[in-house]
Design a protein around this ligand. Structure first.
Ligand SMILES: [Zn+2]
Length: 124
C-alpha cells in the first residue's frame, strides 16, 4: 500500500468512488454472481452491472467503506492522515475530521486490520 495514493485529490465523493473502482477492478471485472466478465454502467456512479445476470456491484461493495459511517471524503482524509502519521490518536483524528472519537477509533482499527490482512482496501 503506497501512501502517495492518498495525496491525490480526493475532495469529492466521485473521485473517491473512481479511485475505489480502479482498485477493485484493477485486474478486470468479473461478476460475483455468475462469473461473467462483460459489464455495462450501473445506476450509481462508477458501479458496474453484469450484462448476463444484471447484478450490479457498487464501487464500495466488498471494500472497507461498505456501510461506513463516515462520508467517503472523510474516510479518505482519515486514511491520508493515518498513512502520514500511523501513530496519530483517535482524539486528534476526531478533532481534525469533526467526527466522534469512537467512530474515528473504530474506523482506524478496521483500516489497519484490513491493510495488514489483505494489503488493500478490499475486504476479500
Ligand atoms: Zn452476472
Amino acid at each position: 500500500m503506497n501512501l502517495s495514493h492518498f495525496q491525490s485529490d480526493f475532495s469529492s465523493e466521485e473521485k473517491c468512488l473512481e479511485y475505489l473502482a480502479g482498485q477493485k477492478w484493477e485486474k478486470g471485472y468479473k461478476c460475483r454472481k455468475c462469473g461473467h466478465t462483460n459489464f455495462c454502467k450501473g445506476k450509481k456512479p462508477f458501479s458496474r452491472r453484469c450484462t448476463r445476470c444484471k447484478a450490479e456491484e457498487s464501487a464500495t461493495a466488498h471494500t472497507l467503506f461498505h456501510g461506513c459511517r463516515f462520508s467517503l471524503t472523510s474516510a479518505f482524509e482519515l486514511m491520508y492522515l493515518v498513512c502520514k502519521r500511523p501513530d496519530i490518536s483517535s482524539y486528534e483524528l476526531s478533532r481534525l475530521l469533526e467526527t466522534r472519537q469512537m467512530t474515528c477509533w473504530k474506523f482506524k482499527k478496521k483500516l489497519m486490520e484490513c491493510l495488514e490482512e489483505n494489503g488493500s482496501l478490499m475486504l476479500d
